[in-house]
Ligand binder design. Structure first.
Ligand code: AMP
Length: 199
């Protein structure tokens, strides 16, 4: 299996680049944000709980989020060649849990791609996405809180995964295909995996 975490601040391009990675490396995509938004759309109990946190730009509590991820892995990712984790982990306890969830399944995390984008660009991208897609948490007040939460709770994971020798920093500003090429080269070099269409 090939398991990759796509890491970065909100608006750093995780969704866009995940789509390309799963395509070129034949992996399964798990976006915890998409899973939660799907629950909200369907009006489930979990969706109601999630909406309270998401609309304020806060994180869903670790215990609940880890349980959700465990279920998705069990129900959807079994038998796949590997997974791109997009938006998980977002805290150190989630990173510890991911290690255990993968170990339990006889596998490991192979690389963490860190998309690094200046803050002004993040805000601009999210404002534009909000206008284009109507995504409810892409409004300036919630964006500010999401960035605050990112700095205090999620950014420490960069050091965590650097210490583990898994963090691959990528400049996430610029042209989408060029950024993807950097990511793919990083994955190939670190894991020995090969993309389907050789560049
Ligand atoms: P995203 O689509 O990844 O930007 O996630 C949107 C929102 O979903 C976040 O602002 C959080 O409120 C919630 N969320 C997504 N993934 C997680 C996670 N791993 N832990 C806690 N909350 C999450």
């Amino acid at each position: 299996m090939l398991n990759i975490v796509l890491f970065g601040a909100p608006g750093s391009g995780k969704g866009t680049q995940s789509a390309k990675i799963i395509d070129e490396f034949g992996l399964f995509h798990i976006s915890t944000g998409d899973v939660l938004r799907d629950h909200i759309k369907r009006g489930t109990e979990l969706g109601k709980i999630a909406n309270d946190y998401i609309s304020k730009g806060q994180l869903i509590p670790d215990d609940l989020m880890i349980q959700i991820l465990d279920n998705v892995l069990e129900e959807q990712a079994a038998g796949k060649e590997g997974v791109v984790f997009d938006g998980f982990p977002r805290t150190i306890p989630q990173a510890e849990a991911l290690k255990e969830l993968l170990r339990k399944r006889g596998t490991d995390l192979h690389a963490v791609i860190g998309l690094e984008v200046p803050e002004e660009e993040l805000v601009e991208r999210m404002i534009n996405r909000g206008k284009e897609t109507g995504r409810a948490d892409d409004n300036i007040d919630t964006i500010k809180n999401r960035l605050k939460v990112y700095h205090s709770q999620t950014h420490p994971l960069k050091e965590y995964y650097t210490t583990e020798g898994k963090y691959i920093p990528i400049n996430g500003s610029g042209i989408v295909d060029e950024i993807f090429n950097e990511i793919a080269c990083g994955i190939e070099k670190t894991t020995g995996a090969k993309r389907r269409t050789k560049k």
